[in-house]
Structures are given as C-alpha cells and as structure tokens.
Design a protein around this ligand. Sequence first.
Ligand SMILES: NC(=O)C1=CN([C@@H]2O[C@H](COP(=O)(O)OP(=O)(O)OC[C@H]3O[C@@H](n4cnc5c(N)ncnc54)[C@H](OP(=O)(O)O)[C@@H]3O)[C@@H](O)[C@H]2O)C=CC1
Ligand SMILES: O=C(CO)COP(=O)(O)O
Length: 333
Amino acid sequence: MKLRVGLLGGGSWGTTVASLVSRNAPIKIWARDNDTVRDINENHRNSKYLPDATLPEALQATGDIGEAVKDADVLVMGIPSNNFRDVLKEAKSYLRPWVPVISLTKGLELSTGKRMTEVIEEVLPGHPVGVLTGPNLAREIMAGQAAASVISMEDEIIVKQLQQLFHSGLFRVYTNTDLLGCELGGVLKNIIAIAVGMGDGLGAGDNTRSALITRGLAEITRLGVAIGGRPETFSGLTGMGDMIATCTSPLSRNRHVGVELGKGRKIDDIIEDMLMVAEGVKSAPTVMALAKKYNVAMPIAEDVYEVTKGTRSAVRAYRGLISASAGSEADAG
Ligand SMILES: NC(=O)C1=CN([C@@H]2O[C@H](COP(=O)(O)OP(=O)(O)OC[C@H]3O[C@@H](n4cnc5c(N)ncnc54)[C@H](OP(=O)(O)O)[C@@H]3O)[C@@H](O)[C@H]2O)C=CC1
Ligand SMILES: O=C(CO)COP(=O)(O)O
C-alpha cells in the first residue's frame, strides 16, 4: 500500500516538494490562503509563489488542516520557522501516533534557538523526525532542472523508506543519518549567502565571492561540529552544496537581501518589498548566540548580524573582512 502524505505550507518550496511527491504517492497540501487552494485545485498553478509553473493534476490542496493531516502516514512541514511551532500544534490533534514528521524549513526558532526537528520532538514526542535539505532552489526544480537533495533521519530503516517518497526523475534524493549536521548546514548557509550578496551588491569580484564562500564554509563547519554534527556532512550536499547554490544564484532570497544591503538599502525596506521568506535574517541573532555558547569564532556571520541589525554598514563590514589580519587557514578569521 502507498504511503499517504500530508504537507503543510503552500509557499514556493512546500508546493514544489508536494508536486514531486505527487508522482510517487497520494498527497494533500494545506495552505491557509483560500486563493492558493483554489488556484492549485482548479488551475493547477500556484500563481502567488511559482508564477511560471504548471503543477501536476494529481496534486490536491485543502484549506482544512485536519483534512491534510488526519489520514497522513507521513507529515511534511513547509512552514517558515517563525510560525512552525504554532502550525504543528494545530496539526497535533489530527495526527495519528508514530507518523514521521519531515521538516523542509531552513531556520531556527527565534525565541528558543531550537532547530525545527527539536521543535517537532517537543510538540510531538515519539514521532520519528527528519529533514529534506540540500541545494534546492524551488523555481529551478519546478522548471524540470536536475537537482540532488538529502533526506536525513537518525533511523537508518525509516530514512530508506522515506527516500522513495521524495526521489523522482531528475530529483535525486540521498540519505544521511547525521540529522543535526544536515539540518544545521541548511540553516547556517543562509547567513553566508547574505554576506556574499552584500559583497556582490557592493561590486566585489569573483575572487571575493570565492573567499567568502570558502571561509564561510569553514566557520559554519566549526559551529556545526561544536554542536555535534559530523565534519564530513558540511562538505556534502547539505553543507557545501547548498552554500554554492544559495551564495551564487540570483534566485536565492537570502542572497537577494545581501545584494540590497550592499546597495545601501535598509533591512526593513528590503523585507517589506519581499513576498517570500529569507530565513537568514531571522536566524542571525540566534546563530550568534550559539556561536557564543559554543565559543566558536564566526566573523562573517557576526558582520551579517550587525548589518541586518543596522549597527554596521555593509561597506564597513566588507572593509573589515578584507582588512582583518590573516593567520593560518586553519584558524578563525
Ligand atoms: N524556496 C526554496 O527554494 C526553498 C525553501 N526552503 C525553506 O522552506 C521553508 C519554506 O519556504 P518557502 O516555501 O520558500 O516560503 P515562501 O515564502 O515561498 O512561502 C511561505 C509559505 O508559508 C505559509 N505560512 C507562513 N506562515 C503561516 C502560518 N502561520 N500558517 C500557515 N501557513 C503559513 C505562507 O502562507 P501565506 O501565503 O498565506 O502567507 C506561504 O504559503 C523556509 O524555511 C525555506 O528556507 C528550503 C529549500 C528551498
Ligand atoms: O535553501 C534554498 C536553496 O537550497 C533556498 O534559498 P533561499 O531561501 O535563499 O532562496
């Protein structure tokens, strides 16, 4: 019998993952916006978030969260980090016991600093948890371009079963049991993408971009390993892979925020003009708190934090980064 899937969140990535899964299994996507529900069911489109894409006819949406959750054998969460816990709590009363819950979200909870899988474990104790993460820009995948991703869960058997749900055609899904490392890679790369965008917005060159990506990867690996991730995870798809996609693509929302900051715009104005979420802005203070807790130097993330807070200009941050004294490549800084 085929596993039935419920997916919560009708944004660009939730809709993309639901479209992929619909090739393998029956799926119901829940969106709170009735226009989005109607658009998916009647026009096979999500004009708000994926204006150029035609969705599979098999993909059915609902505006009733209970309808998406009650029959699900697997629950997938495509809700941004700031609303993740509230939506999960709403889903809880409909969810059957032991149903695995997979997060698509690349952010941390602002009030607690927790990863989304930690939030799931708190709200739904006993449910197996995991993430689907990697270099996956939604619009490219909807356009049919090849991509690789990772499903990560600590349980080696369940992760292999769920791999089959997400793997399809040109969307190649690997497994990884380092849940913490995979999840943190997706969160932390957003901040480095803002830094790279800032450099690009200031007119920096390809050498600068390469230096920021490489040094950025070193600093997110240091923090990730200090918290408990495996070092090799950060060189894989969920670390370096996602860094490259997010730091170099004009489709990245986090990089876009950085580019606009680099041009001298204010963070509130940039966010106000954006329809979609840029998780790195919200994660920056939490990541700096984690860096302090684990005593890890993160000079690039610190600059991003200061610039997004409005206490440092992008020009000053950039000058600081290039004028800082360079020690050994193995050191921070
Ligand atoms: N887009 C991408 O390429 C990728 C995104 N991700 C991650 O996926 C997560 C989701 O991002 P994405 O889909 O791109 O975001 P979008 O900004 O495209 O969409 C956000 C979606 O979340 C919904 N939402 C927000 N708050 C609530 C709430 N309280 N209740 C119900 N629905 C809510 C929005 O609904 P409404 O329209 O009603 O506001 C909208 O459907 C993020 O953490 C992101 O980092 C990961 C990989 C790729
Ligand atoms: O995570 C992503 C690609 O893997 C999407 O990045 P943005 O949220 O910056 O668009």
